[in-house]
Design a protein around this ligand. Structure first.
Ligand SMILES: [Zn+2]
Ligand SMILES: [Zn+2]
Length: 281
């Protein structure tokens, strides 16, 4: 019988854009027999967040507060969140890791501020998960969710997507992240502007980076729910199998009911590609 991973490290609570509380997530994790759980709510800070052409759309969302323009003003909130996870881990006698899903930006000064910010937090790990396209200086960002609406020029679309992979490469090379989340998340939003074969060299460079830095690659069952296949899809998994890269199956749960969802399918896919190395803290 296929053994199925009984933990996941990419989960959201109502601290960010999840629906359920931390305690509801923990109760469900116990119920389905998870041995441990990583809580990785969003950490998204870009100095020009509110100048983004996407902001008009983003500010309509119920969880628009997850998008921030400076680190200092959110520090207390994030510190409290870390403490709350530690407290609950003790009171529930259940292993919880404190993580954050970070949108990595490359404009001058971002990384210094980011490092200062996380140095103030009692956390265990960071995962890289980008949800924006950036121009070359990374001063301007466009949310992937409305990319095709806001950027209709084919050449510009190509530039933004290539730039995205180059930012992921830098994120991986920073060695700050334990794993790269939803590598080809963009496929859900890019229509014909993204195909694996158009960007296979850019993708190979990121995969090489994962191998060199021993950063893991997330295999997300959320892709099955949102994009009809895992994140990442078949071609990238094939390329992963050729390299020495660990994977981690995650659900990217935004509610308790999504915990562990379709992990059996993800395990079967990994067997199919011969991917055996697994990240476990
Ligand atoms: Zn994400
Ligand atoms: Zn997520």
């Amino acid at each position: 019988m296929l053994s199925v991973q009984n933990y996941s490290y990419h989960n959201h609570t109502d601290f960010s854009d999840g629906i359920d509380s931390l305690i509801a997530m923990v109760k469900r994790a116990k119920e389905i027999g998870f041995a441990e759980l990583g809580i990785s709510d969003h950490l998204i800070v870009h100095k020009n967040m509110y100048q983004s052409p996407s902001w008009a759309d983003m500010q309509q969302k119920s969880a628009a507060y997850i998008y921030n323009a400076d680190f200092k003003s959110i520090l207390d909130k994030y510190r409290y969140h870390c403490d709350e996870i530690r407290r609950l881990s003790r009171s529930e006698n259940f292993k919880l890791y404190v993580g954050f899903e970070v949108d990595y930006f490359t404009y001058d000064g971002w990384e210094e501020e980011f490092k200062w910010f996380v140095s103030q937090l009692d956390y265990d790990y960071l995962q890289s998960g980008n949800h924006f396209f950036c121009n070359e200086s990374c001063e301007k960002i466009i949310n992937m969710a409305n990319f095709l609406l806001l950027c209709q020029d084919n050449q510009l679309q190509y530039k933004y997507i290539a730039q995205h992979f180059s930012i992921l490469k830098k994120a991986v090379e920073s060695r700050m992240f334990k794993f790269l989340a939803h590598f080809d998340y963009l496929k859900r939003f890019c229509g014909n502007a993204y195909r694996f074969d158009l960007f296979k060299n850019d993708i190979a460079v990121v995969l090489d980076g994962l191998q060199q830095t021993q950063t893991a690659l997330e295999v997300s069952t959320k892709g099955l729910r949102k994009a009809g296949e895992l994140y990442p899809g078949a071609e990238i998994l094939q390329e992963t199998a050729k390299r020495d890269i660990a994977v981690i199956i995650n659900d990217d749960a935004h509610c308790a009911a999504e915990l562990g969802m379709s992990f059996d399918k993800a395990e079967a896919e990994l067997v199919k590609y011969g991917i055996t190395k697994r990240l476990k803290f």
